[in-house]
Design a protein around this ligand. Sequence first.
Ligand code: TRP
Ligand code: SF4
Length: 332
Amino acid sequence: MTAPARIVSGMRPTGRLHLGHLLGTLRTWRELQAAHECFFFVADWHALTTDYDRSGGVAENVVEMVIDWLASGIDPERATIFVQSAIPEHAELHLLLSMITPLGWLERVPTYKEMQQQLTGRDLSTYGFLGYPVLQAADILMYRAAKVPVGADQVPHVELTREIARRFNHVFGEVFPEPQALLAAAPRIPGLDGRKMSKSYNNAVFLGEDAAAVNAKLSRMMTDPRRARRRDPGDPDDCPAYTLHRIYCTREELEYTAHGCRTATIGCLECKQIMIARAEAELGPIRERRHALAARPDDVRDVIVRGNRRAKAVAEETMATVRRVVGLGAPL
Ligand code: TRP
Ligand code: SF4
């Protein structure tokens, strides 16, 4: 029997996680950890590539994010949870991979120009930002991952990782398997205003928010604008809130609400309450675990320290091979 494919994925520590992260990423991680050897890490160095002048909050965000992972069911007994900057081998591999990565490959990565256009007001003219995908390649190749669960925007980075692995193997010998992106089936999660859910749009439902706040937020979530009045029929396919119905509701509830919407026999508030009750069944336990974990910061730290240790052992092994094939490692 072949060993199950090894999985690596990372998240930048952007602060509190929200429903979009839960439904888009964390649910996928939770499923993967049941059947695979998983390495999930906080990409804190990656945060510096766009925000080096706002590094003050990074350490705190790292812990907050790990709390959200644990509360959402990422299980440190199954998955290795660690912090990128605690494993300096990532920086060493990044350096060595940068030697063989042509500038043109990096300039062609779509996120490079896109982010420079979108994130105005930040200094993205740095060497570090151009090298963002090389660091990501190091993260992935370090653990010889077969699969990398990511969102669609990250697929070019995994493609580039494959090219870098191929080039490394060609120049120095077969060391790295070529990883594949694993695209989550999850739909794009709309925020309260119908745009993509994002902290920066101020339209998010955060993990750990109290039940009343979740209820209030989801109750005023955008619906089909055709239902301006109670007697106007609508179409669930044009209703951002209904995206959450599709995720949370039973078949009967979906039929009842869709029919009620099209015939204007239920109001949006009643319709949303049905979805909110289901969402709360997932969010309630996450909230409780979150509070319990926040009260035990030493336990959270312990999880990270143990994960770092496991990751470090693998990273040291990989780097011993890498240094040997590159021809480094003269006796000190
Ligand atoms: N670039 C990823 C993002 O912004 C985060 C990341 C860093 C990552 N290293 C990774 C994801 C390695 C997968 C594998 O979402
Ligand atoms: Fe959306 Fe339900 Fe209102 Fe229809 S009735 S617009 S599906 S919230």
